[in-house]
Design a binder for this molecule. Structure first.
Ligand code: ATP
Ligand code: MG
Length: 299
């Protein structure tokens, strides 16, 4: 399965690039570099020497990893080790976090994700996010899914079909087809989470990031989302954060284990300890810290 040199560590020596905050000025739409076609390359994200600081305090540093296309990559590790922080670098959500600073290099299909000419709205359309707590808008089921396509200027006549298609892809259509005009807030937690996935799918993304998407759900709803992830990976690249090691082991192709350690200067900083094929990481971890975590000795 693995033809991609994920263990390549040559990039670890890459020098840290410029401070990657919001570009100083939004260039004209016509000048923006179009993002490359998702089908062009097999590596979707490559992180080299990535560091995130909050108000000058380093939360994670020296993160180097590659996310391959149409796979499920899982981030695991103890609370506070920086899983969410790394995930949020992948669609520039830190741009809207006061005091957050991203350093290092993150490429998306080979292009600098933080380049000054990159259109952030396009980044968020291509790279969708599903959060821990289902967060449907206080609108109808239909309007939740139609929201993105409408903003993106899709024609009125197209919206109904787009909504149905996204709900079908999110394995929700049959359960809601007779109540599309009802409030999304009346759905169960698991249905709301699938609605949020449908909302992300409706804008035709390339990647879906999920931050503990099942942690508020019961085992049956969790199993449905896990099944759905397996279906989605035929066409999308998924990066999931999970506290549930069984979920990472069952659902993902590759796993990144993070932990936070106190460094020589007494700072508590999150680091990527091991990144490997999921089966390998769970059966023969190469680092004793990974082994300690997956066997429950710490974390
Ligand atoms: N907005 C923020 N401002 C300041 N510090 C933050 C912010 N978000 C996260 N941090 C800090 O960054 C570190 C990593 O946090 P992060 O939320 O990424 O961890 P996590 O691995 O996702 O944890 P959990 O499993 O509890 O969700 C923590 O020390 C946290 O306190
Ligand atoms: Mg988190």
């Amino acid at each position: 399965m693995d033809t991609i040199p994920m263990s390549d560590t040559s990039h670890r020596t890459a020098t840290v690039g410029s401070v990657l905050t919001r570009p100083p000025a939004e260039p004209d739409v016509a000048e923006r570099t179009p993002l490359p076609d998702p089908a062009e390359r097999d590596i979707v994200f490559e992180l080299a020497g990535v560091e995130v600081r909050y108000s000058g305090v380093t939360a994670i540093e020296d993160v180097n990893l590659k996310v391959a296309a149409r796979e499920i990559t899982a981030f695991i590790g103890p609370s506070g080790c920086g899983k969410t922080t790394v995930l949020r670098t992948l669609n520039r959500l830190h741009d809207i976090t006061a005091g957050a600073q991203v350093r290092g290099t993150i490429t998306y299909h080979g292009e600098d994700l933080y380049g000054p000419r990159v259109d952030v709205a396009e980044v968020r359309r291509r790279i969708g996010m599903v959060f821990q707590k289902p967060n449907p808008f206080p609108k109808s089921i239909h309007d939740n899914v139609a929201y993105g396509p409408r903003i993106n200027g899709r024609k009125r006549g197209e919206i109904g079909d787009l909504v149905e298609e996204a709900l079908r892809k999110a394995a929700l259509f049959d359960e809601v087809k007779d109540k599309l005009k009802q409030s999304a807030l009346g759905l169960s937690g698991g249905q709301q989470q699938r609605l949020c996935i449908a909302r992300a799918l409706a804008v035709e993304p390339d990647v879906i990031l999920m931050d503990e998407p099942c942690s508020a759900l019961d085992p049956i709803a969790t199993a449905r989302i896990e099944d759905l992830m397996q279906e989605l990976k035929a066409n999308y690249t998924l990066v999931i954060v999970t506290h549930n090691m069984q979920q990472a082991a069952r659902a993902s192709d590759r796993t990144a284990f993070f932990t936070a350690e106190i460094d020589d200067a007494g700072r508590r900083v999150g680091r990527l300890i091991e990144f490997d094929d999921t089966e390998q990481l769970f059966t023969q971890p190469s680092d004793s810290r990974t082994e300690g975590y997956i066997t429950g000795r710490f974390g």
